[in-house]
Design a binder for this molecule. Structure first.
Ligand SMILES: Cc1cc2nc3c(=O)[nH]c(=O)nc-3n(C[C@H](O)[C@H](O)[C@H](O)COP(=O)(O)OP(=O)(O)OC[C@H]3O[C@@H](n4cnc5c(N)ncnc54)[C@H](O)[C@@H]3O)c2cc1C
Length: 397
């Protein structure tokens, strides 16, 4: 499907140019043209006074699908360090690439990232495309999307995987819509259909009550985002042979509509929930924001991080980066302590992979107690101070 301008009818009035929300209609050599930025929203169709704009075709294939080869992983980095989710994508990407007999590649954008990018080869990557430039030091959607779209058009990967991080979630849909392909967000499982060779993209649907497996048969690349701590991290393969391709781009050719004035951490401090071995989480059962003081006290004592249910976040008791669950972060700590959290399917979706789950709840029928390895039935304001006291005494002893 595409939107075209019927030249015989077009009178060049330019009303469609003004109407396009994506700036995808331009005047070239005196003629009105629809560019690759078109997202087929159709806003321009009723605007044309002479009906010169038409939607044509039933379904669009991106040319010959067999031209698309390889699994490409977005090598996201922060402060010039490759993000941990990338190693998990590489682990899964290697497995998928081996199943379809194609190469595993990575793309890294940033400043001073070449060394880190080269190191990815030691995890079984066949080729790494590196855009190392001071202008890419701080993440902005415009240049990242423009550069990656340009690369995808050049190298034509069969599969493109990104982390479902703030950056991945921001650029993946923009990229997918620019190159007119599908995108499955927040996949929890990826596999290859042995019969068709298509990527099977599985993710929770309908609030986590069913698992949906999605395919992308008519366009390429097959794009998916995956959350951190969902897939297994790639093993190191010292001595693996791969290639680093240093890429150039013309800053004049990429858009940049955002000016970064300041970067500040909106977390409440302490270790990050995605990295911590121990997480102490609070829910609506805390009764108010002050309840997180006792949660933090216990977390600090254990050297852990503070998590939260969505109910606590929605109440404004704690910031969103602490939210665990379907619409928050996925965590897999060694110990997860749920305090005043009922255990909805959406919360469990983000923490059920924890090694040892302890639940403190005053309701003995709370669902969280069914999946907990240890349940403490009682008022959290009585149980937690006793726990804190006991741990302090043990530490002293
Ligand atoms: C599309 C969608 C996405 C969602 N995403 C998420 C998500 O990412 N994360 C998430 O958490 N939720 C998510 N939710 C919301 C989810 O359905 C629940 O509403 C939420 O998890 C409930 O949070 P809670 O357990 O803190 O609160 P409640 O369900 O109200 O449970 C509070 C618990 O505290 C106990 N309690 C009360 N007082 C005390 C006390 N003094 N001592 C001990 N225990 C006490 C109660 O017995 C109860 O079990 C999502 C919902 C939807 C529809």
């Amino acid at each position: 499907m595409s939107i075209i301008i019927v030249e015989d009818k077009c009178v060049g009035c330019g009303l469609c140019i003004k109407s396009c929300p994506y700036d995808a209609i331009k005047r070239v050599d005196g003629k009105v043209r629809i560019t690759d930025d078109c997202r087929m929203c159709g806003v321009c169709l009723p605007v044309c006074p002479v009906d010169a704009i038409e939607r044509v075709g039933k379904e669009e294939r991106v040319g010959d699908l067999s031209e698309y080869r390889g699994v490409l992983v977005f090598g996201e980095q922060r402060n010039s360090r490759i993000s941990p989710v990338v190693y998990e994508l590489i682990g899964k990407g290697r497995e998928l690439a081996d199943k379809i007999g194609e190469e595993l590649e990575c793309v890294v954008l940033g400043e001073d990232v070449t060394e880190e990018a080269e190191n990815l080869i030691n995890y079984g990557v066949d080729k790494v495309y590196v855009y190392d430039d001071p202008s890419l030091a701080v993440f902005r959607e415009d240049p990242y999307v423009d550069i990656i779209v340009d690369l995808l058009r050049k190298i034509k990967p069969n599969i493109f995987l990104l982390g479902a991080t703030a950056i991945g979630r921001s650029i993946a849909p923009r990229i997918a819509s620019r190159i007119k392909t599908g995108l499955t967000a927040d996949c929890t499982e990826l596999d290859i259909d042995p019969e068709t060779g298509l990527l099977l993209q599985t993710r929770p649907a309908f609030g986590g009550n069913v698992m949906a497996t999605i395919i992308c048969p008519r366009s390429r690349p097959q794009m998916a985002t995956v959350r951190y701590k969902v897939m297994k991290r790639a093993e190191r393969r010292p001595g693996y042979k791969g290639e680093v391709v240093k890429m150039r781009f013309d800053p004049e050719e990429v858009r940049d509509r955002v000016e970064v004035l300041e970067i500040s951490d909106i977390g409440e401090g302490g270790p990050s929930i995605t990295e911590a071995d121990i997480i102490v989480s609070g829910g609506r059962g805390l009764g108010g924001p002050e309840g997180f003081k006792i949660i933090r006290e216990l977390a600090d004592l254990l050297g852990g991080a503070v998590g939260a249910s969505r109910a606590a976040v929605d109440e404004g008791w704690i910031a969103y980066p602490h939210q665990i669950g379907l619409s928050g972060r996925t965590v897999r700590p060694k110990i997860y302590i749920a305090c005043g959290i009922s255990g909805s399917v959406q919360h469990l979706a983000g923490m059920k992979g924890s090694e040892f789950i302890i639940a403190i709840n005053k309701d003995p029928s709370a669902p969280i107690l069914k999946i907990a390895d240890m349940g403490l039935v009682g008022d959290l304001y009585e149980v937690i101070p006793k726990l804190i006291d006991r741990i302090r005494r043990l530490k002293k002893g």
